[in-house]
Design a protein around this ligand. Sequence first.
Ligand code: HH2
Length: 281
Amino acid sequence: MLESWLQQLRDPHCPPSVMGILNVTPDSFSDGGRHLAVDAALARAAAMVEEGASIIDIGGESTRPGAQAVSDEEQCRRVLPVLEVLRKQLPAHVVLSIDTRSSTVAAAALSAGAHLINDVSGGRDPRLLQLAARESAALVLMHMQGEPESMQVAPSYQDVVAEVLAGLLAAARAAEAAGVARDRILIDPGIGFGKTREHNLRLLAGLSQFVATGYPVLLGTSRKRFMGAICRETSPHDLVGATCATTALGVAAGVRVFRVHDVRPNRQAAEVAWAIGATPG
Ligand code: HH2
């Protein structure tokens, strides 16, 4: 399933993919609720697949601004039982992704059935790159300035698009030097990761420059707070329309994968934007 998805990613006649977000939260497994939590995660993942997600991104560590790092042991405790069940129960074409910066967690997740490593640190740990190479995993390299705990304190760039682009190209080169095949690498500008609202808007306005690198681009704007500031919404749940706007514009710029909480509306936005783009004016 990974191979056919990677082919679709590069096929200009195939519409973009939607990656559904499955966060495995700290309380999910407390108080002996482990089995129930795994069932709930499976139900959520199955619903996202039904709504049109072709990738499920499973994460056991929140990387929201201010979030504390979570130990490898704890991440594994949260994600491995879920991954094992998803591998058995979801349709075989669904790509399973592990959202982690840790090579230890990534290795365990690949053994449990993940096919893709979503690394929000952009390959800072060389062991993660070596692992991806050894296991022929697909790899998302995301740009982040600083660490989640402090990244929003004072993000600073001279030219945010040029610097993020250069950082991602350097990360992709390092991944290739470690043995990761070029056609298994995706890049992501890392919206909200050490960026002000202005930085995020510039990156979104400059998406086509990331697409021009030739690496498939993944975009993660789902429910992010910089959009709430623009459209005067305080609850992340009320940012579905805002997220869909970025998805439609992302499709027009050539983005190939959208990481979202709300699969159905974003899949619709992506498909309609795609159909318009494929129609002569
Ligand atoms: N954003 C978050 C987590 N992982 N991965 C990629 N590739 N791109 C992103 O933009 C991205 C990501 C934000 O994570 P978190 O704050 O934990 O919230 P959620 O996972 O609910 O979006």
